[in-house]
Design a binder for this molecule. Structure first.
Ligand code: ATP
Length: 686
């Protein structure tokens, strides 16, 4: 058995289990080994019964007191047991486990781990994990128990068992890292890493295992990017771009002057597009810095030179907003180009018609969502691809869209405030431009952090703003992960806001479960100030641009990450009006206060990202987080910035020494890269 073997070769995995594992993408032994836990549970020291706390998962050790009883209906049998220690007696119940009556003997020593709930007759431990005799608990005590992502039919124990079997039966090889790299970066061996990520005995073991695996992930990613960049750099620019007078005229008639930063980025883009090689450029800028107009200029530049340009937005609402914006500008300034919208929610006929106009070249500027790559779209002469909010798309999707043209120029817009040093590593295949200044007409947003007692005052404040012509967003309080409740919650909350604001103010809501047409209608009405208050879940997070909106109130701010709060806040302060952000928080914890204070003090995305990193700290054991920026299994580009840097150094060293990865010691690495790149290529052709 090796990593490529099917999982059926593992003892205990039959046809049924094979299917279940298949649902989470595990087909081979290698897939299984790289199915990492999403967190770990610590089997803590037992607590005294007299000190148990409601709502927590806790462990108790004691003697079985009295007889085990089974009651309830045939369908739902309840087994009850009392356990006693020096400090008290605890009632314990299990559902559908009547057989325990014969297993558990009166007076026996037992350890139980479960959730403590309050019932009529006091605290009860519900459906706990049982260690009988107690000594069995010692094996688990203080160790970290992996918790895997699961699906229907797949239990945590089944995953643990399968991985244990695989680890024991398989001589785990050396992995892909060359020995010299492993040694010079003081990383643990592949075998230690695999054991340590699944079954760490200590936190230290976990950290080391994770470090090695994250390093590997980053190294592969960086090497692949470098290779892609090299291949790209060889591509000569097949397009012929000439300066267009109409662009200059357009800029002169625009109601505002471009900022210095916008001008210089626009210059770089123009030079790239008419240069000798195909452009691959990332434009980074804080929320509201005016990236859209720069993208639009590039698209017009392509259109006026007789080519097509496509822009892929992360949501339909945003695609429509860009489309309307572009269409209106073309009409207003008399530019003879045709904009086209293509999104998944359009009817079959609408899509077909749009595709025809794209294929014939009648439409030059195409704006859409994933539909731009998913639908069967052919372009007549695609010379530029703009992807908005790049972090919502992977490198693969970007490539897939690029594959639709011959080899179009690529422009990526990103509001993710990552420090330049990090950006250079992460977007290794792109050149980077930064729009590092906000338009001059902006007043800094005024912030406040308040508790829910301030709500009434906030409503009064909003009412005043609305009376002077402004509009407001309210990010709705959240309900615990429940989709059906989410809808109810937004509608109920909207009623409360309507009552609070009184007649004459139109309040509407927006949530993820609404039909696209409904969402579009609401957004259109909000943009026209027919709606004054928009209550929403976080669907409005990215890119929405209504400069007249001057207040945003974010309920449950404590539940969001700093970067997301900054994005949400960025929906206001986009015009000449003084804007306000009210961070409402129900939590009194010191940590929450400190986090929100950062936003209260600063409107600068780069500063906030840095502080976020400082607060999150290295090695966040219980949440192996995904930053959402890159699609890494384990790594987090913020949290693991140090490992990322180390991997980047390692990549540079490897390529210096052996540019084609021809040496024997790099063979495994090259193979893994090949697999990764061919996976990309495969998706590109789909
Ligand atoms: N130089 C400028 N002077 C004044 N206003 C500007 C300037 N450039 C852009 N704007 C306006 O600022 C607003 C925000 O611009 P834009 O939507 O491009 O921001 P963005 O960088 O895409 O932000 P986000 O990341 O939040 O989407 C828009 O209403 C736009 O018309």
């Amino acid at each position: 058995m090796d990593e490529r073997s099917g999982i059926r070769e593992i003892k205990g995995i039959g046809e049924k289990a094979e299917k279940t594992f298949g649902k989470v993408g595990i087909r081979t032994v290698g897939d299984l080994l790289r199915y990492y836990p999403r967190g770990y549970e610590v089997y803590e020291d037992p607590s005294a019964i007299g000190e148990l706390e409601e709502g927590h998962t806790m462990t108790v050790s004691g003697a079985i007191y009295g007889r085990v009883q089974v009651s309830g209906s045939q369908k739902m049998q309840i087994t009850t047991l009392y356990v006693k220690d020096l400090t008290g007696t605890l009632k314990v119940i299990w559902f559908r486990m009547p057989f325990l009556r014969t297993t558990l003997a009166r007076g026996g020593a037992v350890t139980l781990r479960g959730r403590i709930v309050r019932k009529k007759d006091g605290l009860v431990m519900e459906h706990p994990e049982l260690f009988y005799p107690s000594i069995k608990y010692e094996e688990k005590r203080a160790s970290l128990q992996p918790v895997y992502p699961l699906t229907t039919g797949l239990t945590n124990n089944a995953v643990i068992k399968a991985i244990r079997q695989a680890v024991e039966a398989l001589g785990i090889g050396e992995g892909i890292l060359p020995r010299d790299i492993q040694e010079s970066f003081a990383l643990v061996s592949y075998e230690q890493a695999i054991r340590g990520i699944h079954f760490p005995e200590t936190k230290e073991e976990f950290y080391q295992a994770r470090e090695r695996l994250v390093f590997e992930e980053f190294l592969l990613f960086i090497l692949s990017l470098r290779m892609m960049k090299e291949q790209k750099e060889r591509v000569l620019n097949p397009y012929c771009f000439r300066e267009q007078e109409q662009i200059g005229q357009f800029l002169e008639r625009l109601p505002y002057e471009l900022t210095g930063a916008q001008k210089s980025v626009w210059r770089e883009i123009r030079q790239d597009m008419s240069g000798t090689h195909v452009m691959s450029r990332l434009v980074q800028g804080d929320v509201g810095s005016g990236k859209t107009i720069v993208a639009l200029l590039a698209m017009m530049f392509a259109g006026l030179n007789g080519y097509q340009a496509a822009m892929m937005a992360p949501t339909e609402v945003l695609a429509r907003q860009h489309f309307e914006n572009i269409r209106n500008m073309l009409a207003e300034y008399g530019i003879m180009l045709r904009a086209e919208l293509l999104t998944g929610s359009m009817t079959g006929k609408e899509k077909r018609d749009a595709c025809e106009r794209i294929a014939s070249g009648e439409s030059n500027l195409i704006i859409g969502t994933h539909a731009l790559i998913q639908e069967k779209v052919t372009y007549r002469d695609l010379a530029l691809v703009v992807t908005d909010e790049q972090h919502r798309f992977g490198v693969r999707q970007r490539e897939r869209l690029a594959a639709k043209g011959v080899c179009p120029h690529i422009l990526v817009m990103s509001a993710t405030p990552i420090p330049r040093t990090l950006a250079i590593i992460l977007y290794g295949d792109l050149d980077i431009s930064v729009i590092g200044e906000l338009p001059k007409n902006r007043l800094p947003i005024k912030n406040c952090v308040v508790d829910t007692g301030y709500r009434e005052t906030a409503y009064r404040f909003m009412k005043k703003q609305i009376c002077s012509g402004r509009q407001c967003y309210i990010i709705c309080p959240m309900v615990e992960e429940s989709d059906s409740l989410e809808v109810e919650n937004v509608t109920d909350y909207t009623e409360i806001v309507r009552d609070a604001l009184g007649k004459g103010i139109t309040v509407a809501y927006l949530h993820g479960k609404m039909k696209q047409a409904e969402k579009d209608e609401i957004m259109d009405a909000f943009a026209k100030n027919e709606i004054q208050v928009l209550v929403s879940t976080t669907v409005i997070e990215v890119g929405i641009d209504v400069p007249n909106a001057s207040v945003i109130m974010i309920e449950n701010s404590e539940r969001f990450g700093l970067a997301q709060l900054h994005q949400l806040r960025g929906r206001v302060g986009r015009g000449v009006h003084q804007s306000y952000c009210i961070f409402m928080s129900a939590s009194r914890s010191e940590e929450t206060r400190e986090r929100l204070e950062i936003l209260n003090q600063s409107n600068d995305g780069f500063f906030i990202a840095g502080e976020d990193l400082r607060l999150r700290g290295p090695g966040d054991l219980f949440g192996i987080r995904q930053s959402g920026i890159m699609d890494f299994r384990l790594g987090d580009v913020f949290q693991d910035a140090k490992i990322l840097k180390a991997a980047s150094e390692a990549a540079a060293g490897i390529l210096d020494e052996d540019p084609g990865l021809e040496r024997q010691k790099h063979a495994c690495l090259k193979k893994a890269m090949g697999q990764m790149l061919s996976r990309n290529a495969l998706e590109t052709t789909l």
